[in-house]
Design a protein around this ligand. Sequence first.
Ligand code: ADP
Ligand code: MG
Length: 363
Amino acid sequence: MSNITVCARFRPLSSKERRDHGDGVCIRCMDTETFILKDEKEEDIIFSFDRVFCEKSGQAEVYEFLVLPIVRDAVNGINGTIITYGQTGAGKTYSIEGPGILECGEQKKGILPRVVDGIFEHNKPDKMAKYSIKLSMVEIYMEKIRDLFDLSKDNIQIKESKIEGILLSGATEMSIIDPAEALQSLSTGIANRAVGETQMNTASSRSHCIYIFTVQQELTGDKRMKTGKLVLVDLAGSEKVEKTGAEGRALEEAKMINKSLSALGNVINALTCGSGRANHIPYRDSKLTRILQDALGGNSRTALLCCCSPSVSNASESLSTLRFGARAKHIKASPRVNCNEDKYSKKHEALCPDKDESCKRIL
Ligand code: ADP
Ligand code: MG
């Protein structure tokens, strides 16, 4: 059992923040893990995360610390999840996609293109194995799941399989044979997100975007098959409705986002408050929490990147993002290799770590 990895990332001040509020920053990094936030009442609040990335930290540093270990595990059959959380404009999409998915230079490349390289680089630990890599891309908008590879599929349902866990029923799975093809598919999905934007007259930060890589390893001359699912989640902005002054559709969107992010907070609370396993965990309260059930419920190596603006003008939003991260730090996970050979015994172990009789009956 280990805790999920939680990191904070502060982007540089934007030109608007500088223009409207000068150079005032509310964050001071003390070392690689500790930082201080000065809240609106000028009080210092100390945070200690697994790592803090300050404005000078580059994309490679974030990838190497937070993501690379998860990619290495995913190609060996262990599920992984990377989630970016924070207010709109805090740097979530920049961290995941970079300034552009196809051509933005090695230095600024985001997590996604690096994951693609990583999967192809690391998926040859066993020369005798056959690999298949699949990619799905969906967004959750107004509690509906839309396939970003096939816009006609605009109400994808979530299913749960005893063996494979949470699944998106009927979502397109692109077979990926090389990094260039993966990037091309991702770029198509991202462009489709923009199509939705104009149709719905909204911004992409109003939906949660989910990228799912499934890496399957079939060992030749052997019946075993290992499957690692790597999920990247670019969450919608976590800002409060009152502060944005949203009206009409924007208000409806904001309410829906708040509902799903609150559901995420409630799941985290339920997972981390004392009595643990005995608690009811309200995964079914939103599509987001249901999709993240494997990630939060234990069978995944999970990392959360809390993205924040460093500006004094956003101190209260940054504080709320960091408090969310501080709570999530207490979630425990015990991911396992997903191997079809002993699927039933592994499933049993996962559900019944204490050999609980009532749990045995369910199985
Ligand atoms: P979000 O997805 O959280 O709404 P974005 O990722 O779109 O926010 O970032 C908002 C703006 O800030 C973008 O113009 C982006 O390029 C810039 N930005 C975010 N993070 C960084 C960073 N670490 N370094 C440089 N620019 C950044
Ligand atoms: Mg964004």
